[in-house]
Design a protein around this ligand. Structure first.
Ligand SMILES: Nc1ncnc2c1ncn2[C@@H]1O[C@H](COP(=O)(O)OP(=O)(O)OP(=O)(O)O)[C@@H](O)[C@H]1O
Length: 597
């Protein structure tokens, strides 16, 4: 601390006195001395009664946590991929800085509304009118087009597989068709079964139809849950075509804010959140004769809660069939959870996918993905063309096995935007580069733009879809035969320090990687380029993603379970119970929420 001279101290005292005098004179303060004796004889006493309400389910189970570190869903936090995921992409940072600089500049020159602007007579531009806002200022949410309207045209076949085979032949080509009768007989004999098969074997699109053909729709609907909205919508569209019906009639879908079903609907695809909410109204799900929980290995929070609920529903309802589909790795765990139920394995895969790993660790996954996609686009792959006459994805002889589209997996919206922009810039800087239609897709994108990935491009221009993991499961984009996998995804993790969930980038799991590669071999043989080494795949990636229930804030689930009428939360059947300490924190938080239960 700096020592003050006596003279300086005297000066400070003077200044302080002067300030006090000014404040007293101005009336801002009325006294400068504090009365520390608070005992006022005449003051009325207020008695405050505090109730310590402890909900019965919490009785004796309250602990204070000492865990202040977030749950990190990675195998080794010091591994190359984990470190890179924390650092993020350099290219994204550069783009962000450029954007911010441009924004600041444009603001600097925006004179309208400032004093100097007024003097110069610069008029302020009117804010762009939002077309969804009506004259009264209310927002008309229905004005936004529904996904069903956007997909109203019949899908145009792109691949040779889809063009040359009839719908019936395409269905019969799938691996699941060879085991249809055995599968149906196992379903007849068991109320719960686990179905396991390679990506593209036909679980999502065929199971519902087989159950319908076997008469299960005579006494109820067949429901099929999907972890993602876009998958639910696009699969419903495909199955409606296979069943030769309008989307929303025999086959429909329901997602949040959009219900595309009628009273004639017998096959309903929906997100797992929708089924969860339906079970709020109808706890035994009486409308359904069969429920298929698709892509259960994704282990979203809703799926895990549904697992617990449906386990009880099938015990109560002998006529309900529950089919859980999964990737190979989790099957036995699921079977055990439902009481050692049979696991049915579908042998074979639709089309082969060549998986290629990066030779060296990749520092900047966005830059590497752009380079890889450009290489595919510019060099083409004559080996993949049945006529051997095309060089860049478009067959001049018109004999190519379809335009050969590319799908890039990125962790989040910003990475996607930068990938698209960077590819656009690099293409523009090349002379006579073949045209490329670059299409982003992420959950926040408006439906009309999302639907674009399913539409065929005019003149056979190659498509390059840049997606988050919403395109990872159940999605078939006809024509995609190249997958570029950056190796990262965004996951929600609970941070006990701030008491909230946050979205962070982490390396994917091996299960994610296999799902991603699987998108390349749906309608023809494909190639998957993984932008990480084979060693990293084996040593740095978890086998499966840590279930959401184990890494996120449970407060909402606990409230949901209470609203579903689950009395004893600690007795609820979780496939993987939330970590003890964190769940107790949440339960403790519920003390406050208990008043609203
Ligand atoms: N829109 C489509 N256009 C052309 N073919 C399609 C379409 N949708 C599905 N298919 C065909 O049906 C096959 C099976 O798709 P389905 O979604 O049922 O597989 P799956 O076993 O559920 O795979 P995944 O687990 O990866 O979702 C695809 O591999 C593809 O050949």
């Amino acid at each position: 601390m700096k020592r003050l001279t006596e003279r300086q101290r005297e000066k400070n005292r003077d200044v302080q006195k002067w300030e006090t005098n000014r404040m007293l004179t101005s009336g801002v303060v009325t006294q400068t001395e504090y009365d520390e004796d608070f005992e006022e004889v005449n003051e009325a006493k207020v008695h405050l009664l505090v109730h310590n309400i402890i909900p019965p389910f919490l009785d004796g189970r309250i602990l204070f946590t000492k865990q202040f570190e977030p749950v990190i869903p990675v195998k080794d936090a010091t591994s190359d991929m984990a470190v890179i995921s924390k650092k993020g992409s350099h290219l994204v940072r550069t783009f962000r800085e450029q954007k911010e600089r441009k924004k600041a500049q444009s603001k600097h020159w925006e004179l309208a509304g400032t004093n100097i602007g007024n003097i110069m007579g610069v008029e302020k531009k009117k804010d762009e009118e939002d077309s969804a806002v009506n004259e009264d200022g209310d927002v008309d949410y229905k004005k936004d087009k529904k996904f069903a309207d956007l997909l109203s045209d019949k899908n145009t076949a792109v691949s040779e597989f889809a063009r040359k085979k009839t719908m019936q032949q395409q269905r019969q080509f799938l691996p699941i068709f060879a085991v249809k009768e055995q599968l149906l007989s196992v379903i007849r004999d068991n109320n719960v079964i686990i179905v396991v098969g390679e990506t593209g074997s036909g679980k999502t699109t065929q199971l519902t139809q087989y159950l319908h053909e076997d008469g299960y729709t005579n006494y109820g609907m067949i429901g099929c849950t999907q972890p993602r909205r876009v998958a639910a919508m696009s699969v419903a569209k495909r199955v409606s075509e296979e069943m030769n019906s309008e989307l929303g009639e025999k086959v429909g879908y329901a997602i949040r804010f959009e219900d595309c079903t009628t009273e004639n609907t017998i096959v309903k695809y929906m997100t797992d959140g929708i089924l969860l909410r339906e079970s709020l109204r109808e706890s035994d799900l009486d409308n359904y004769s069969a429920v298929i929980m698709d892509e259960a290995h994704e282990r979203s929070l809703n799926t895990d809660v549904l697992f617990g609920l449906l386990r009880d529903v099938v015990a109560r309802r002998q006529d309900l069939k529950l089919i859980v589909t999964s990737a190979t790795m989790n099957a036995d765990k699921f079977a055990e959870f439902f009481g050692n139920v049979p696991v049915f394995r579908i042998p074979g895969r639709t089309f082969p996918v060549d998986v290629m790993f990066s030779k060296n660790p990749v520092e900047d996954y966005v830059d590497a993905a752009v380079k890889q996609a450009m290489q595919i686009h510019l060099q083409g792959n004559p080996g993949m063309c049945s006529a051997g006459m095309c060089s860049a994805g478009m067959c001049s002889a018109g004999m190519c096995s379809g335009t050969r589209d590319i799908l890039i997996f990125m962790p989040g919206q910003e990475d996607i935007e930068v990938t698209c922009e960077s590819m656009g810039e690099r293409l523009a800087s090349l002379e006579e580069a073949p045209p490329l239609s670059i299409l982003p897709i992420y959950s926040q994108l408006p439906s009309d733009l999302q639907a674009k990935i399913f539409q065929k491009n005019k003149d056979g221009v190659r498509k390059c879809v840049v997606a988050t993991n919403i395109a990872e499961t159940s999605l078939t984009v006809d024509g995609i035969i190249y997958v570029v996998d950056a190796g990262y995804c965004k996951l929600k993790v609970f941070n006990p320090k701030i008491g909230m969930d946050s979205l962070q980038v982490f390396p994917i799991s091996q299960a994610n990687a296999n799902q991603r590669s699987g998108r390349a071999g749906r309608t023809g043989p494909g190639q998957a380029f993984r932008l990480y080494t084979e060693r990293a795949y084996k040593n740095e990636l978890l086998l499966n993603t840590v279930p959401e229930i184990q890494r996120t804030n449970l407060a909402n689930v606990v409230l949901l379970l209470k609203s579903l009428g689950v009395q004893d939360l600690l007795q609820f059947h979780f496939m993987d119970a939330p970590p003890q300490v964190r769940s107790v924190v949440v339960f403790y938080k519920l003390l406050c929420a208990a008043l609203c239960i």
